[in-house]
Design a protein around this ligand. Sequence first.
Ligand code: PEP
Ligand code: MN
Length: 374
Amino acid sequence: MSILRIQEWFDDIGVRPVMIAGPCSAESDVQIQKTADALSGPCRPSLFRAGIWKPRTRPGTFSGVGTKGLQWMIKVKERTGMRLTVEVASPRHVEACLKAGIDVIWLGARTVSNPFSVQEIAESLKGTDIPVLVKNPLNPDIDLWMGAIERINNAGISKLAAVHRGFSPFERTRYRNMPKWEIAIELRRRIKEISVLCDPSHIGGDVSVVPELAQKAMDLNMDGLMLEVHHDPLSALSDSRQQLLPENYCSLMRNLVIRCPKPEDPGFINQLEELRSQIDSVDHQLIELLSRRLEIIDLIGQYKYRNNVAILQMDRWLEILNTRLELAGLLGLDRDFTEKYLKLMHQESIRRQTEIMQKLEEKPGGSADKGPDN
Ligand code: PEP
Ligand code: MN
């Protein structure tokens, strides 16, 4: 894919992290100008954001001011010089943004979840070179996210970046949308050129957790942040709990610790190399041990088959869980992590034993004979 990193989209877009800030929704000309004025000082973001058409989960809630909001946005650009970004969900929205002079558009989580909508938007982008941000879909499906990026890229858009905004949880959690950092990391592994930003406001759902999420994104070397900021969050017509006051946005930015993306000091690099070679060796041994463990599992599968014994032996499984968790605890391993590993290994053991039993069953004369091992 031919994709330009976000730092190359405009001469003055700034260095990492690229900041995008502004209200969830454009509500009135006054609200937009007040928020933009408060942001246009020392904490000025690279892009000023606002939703004009709001994809709301339930009908009857505020669904955006529509096209007239674009004029309020353009006024921000004329008054403060800040570049603008707006969400689009249809070719009609794209056309209106291009006509108004919006600098960057973004596709929201609900739109990205629907390949028909993404394809229609992609068609309407052909022949333009407006930069596009693609949020992750509502469900943690990396292929759906990648598919949307590919569709937009196939339409000739190379100024493309992704935004991790978390995934809808099945149950109430500490966060409004569950962050799945591993999916954002995997996306970067699969599409090397792509910049990945983070939207801590939609992940967190509440201002109290936004700063820690923003820091986490920086520690994972993400390229930028999209944050919701409102001059009077309590009066906001959408997402009021997660919108920062401009002064709080400023202090969040000042307190962000930006670590260097790649180590440069030779002493540090040597030390890191040394530790990494130890990790390489341990991983090597772990994989050999895993393979050895699974070979033994195969023997157990054959043995159970010959003796007509069921694969799942609940007592043994409980014994494994308890003894391993106890040992892991003594060695300071996280219980949750160990439990996940043990369950994964148990699933794989069952899968292999089932496969072995099926193969033996298919063999002519292969049914259980309960006879002595020969
Ligand atoms: C938004 O940015 O205001 C928005 C609706 O985002 P998402 O698509 O991530 O829910
Ligand atoms: Mn919002």
